[in-house]
Design a protein around this ligand. Sequence first.
Ligand SMILES: Cc1cc2nc3c(=O)[nH]c(=O)nc-3n(C[C@H](O)[C@H](O)[C@H](O)COP(=O)(O)OP(=O)(O)OC[C@H]3O[C@@H](n4cnc5c(N)ncnc54)[C@H](O)[C@@H]3O)c2cc1C
Length: 295
Amino acid sequence: MSILVRENIPLSPLISFKVGGPARYFVEPATAAEFSEALSWAKQKGLETFILGKGTNLVFSDLGYPGLVIYTGKSFHTVTWDGNRVRAQAGALLHTVVTQSVGKGMAGIQHLAGIPGTMGGGTYINAGAFGQELKEVIVTVTSTTMDGRLVERANAECGFAYRHSNFFHWNEIILETVLELLPGEKEAMQSEMRETLRKRKEKQPLHLPNAGSMFKRPPGQFAGVLIEQAGLKGFRMGGAMISEKHANFTVNAGGATAQDIHDLSSEVIRRVKENSGTTLEREVIFIGEFLPWPR
Ligand SMILES: Cc1cc2nc3c(=O)[nH]c(=O)nc-3n(C[C@H](O)[C@H](O)[C@H](O)COP(=O)(O)OP(=O)(O)OC[C@H]3O[C@@H](n4cnc5c(N)ncnc54)[C@H](O)[C@@H]3O)c2cc1C
């Protein structure tokens, strides 16, 4: 393979929670051809693959990842504008695309300011905030399949839903997302964006490692309210803690392991179910082996 495959690379520095073990194999492709090459290398070796963006919505097990981690978060980040359409490579930061769109007076994603992930991760999970979701502005998504075939799909084929898309079921790498935005009032959008960033700073524990909302919003309810009502604000297991500032944020309060975060989220699910009857579903994605809780 022409791209460098590195071995036993620590993943915790690349994950916003700053936990978890190493990747057995690790590559950082810079072109679509290199992504295909990485996939076929893994296929030849019989290895599983995992696509890593900015690592802001996931936790790898403390045992690490035994296959090939394909990292998009560094080299594959070109953003090209054509009128009100923007084509963003998977490694481009969502926040960068948002600030560019606002700077160009284009509306539709200004409330997504401050989401710290990539366009690939945002497309995969249909990132959203304050009433806007990427699915509302996505036109097409181009991905590569495990056998190196490029596929361009229209929005309707991607099965976008609340924090979900069909990419959860397809073993593909998202390479590019095309968004279509609408002309808007530049100054009004700039102030909406500032307001969004202010709210994030005021309500979220941004000073401690976290991965955003731990749980999805149950229909008609708020996960944070249910967790708070169960008396869990400030509740701690090992180094993982329910934030005092926002109960749907779990933080690494110092020295947390991936297992601590997994245990805490399992205990929250158990106690919230006991207290309110609602079963919370994790939004943060856990990868690899975790011990069950309670044990
Ligand atoms: C402080 C904070 C605030 C946040 N606020 C929000 C919010 O308001 N709204 C929101 O929706 N999210 C929020 N998040 C969560 C997170 O930032 C988003 O979900 C983001 O879109 C994840 O992107 P990422 O690049 O970090 O993905 P990662 O965490 O690296 O990966 C997430 C998933 O996407 C897959 N993936 C990533 N890139 C690709 C690709 N190119 N092809 C195929 N699959 C891929 C991964 O395999 C993984 O399954 C927040 C997180 C933090 C830390």
